[in-house]
Write a protein that binds this ligand. Structure first.
Ligand SMILES: [Zn+2]
Length: 96
């Protein structure tokens, strides 16, 4: 539950810090990182609090993360890519 709240609040904080002129729009774009959790729907069981998402779900693997980093170089999708990377960092912290 706290984890889900972080997935909404951390993008809000990042949007406010880095996109202050347009933070509401930036927040919406960064928060779309949450959709990466659709890959959990393919996992059995759907949710396991003791399981680390990173490296398990296919949108949370290192090759997927490499793609998000590459997306940072494309201006049109850069904000979304940051949202995806924020998501990975939050999930990674949750694993510790
Ligand atoms: Zn996740």
């Amino acid at each position: 539950m706290i984890h889900l709240i972080l997935h909404v609040l951390v993008p809000a904080g990042a949007a406010y810090l880095f996109y202050r002129d347009n933070w509401l729009k930036a927040w919406a774009m960064l928060a779309t990182g949450i959709i990466l959790d659709v890959d959990h729907l393919f996992a059995v069981p759907l949710y396991d609090p003791d399981r680390c998402s990173i490296g398990f779900h296919f949108l949370h693997t290192y090759p997927a993360i490499a793609v998000y980093v590459i997306l940072l170089s494309i201006p049109k999708v850069r904000t979304f890519a940051w949202g995806f990377l924020i998501h990975m960092v939050l999930d990674y912290i949750a694993c510790l």
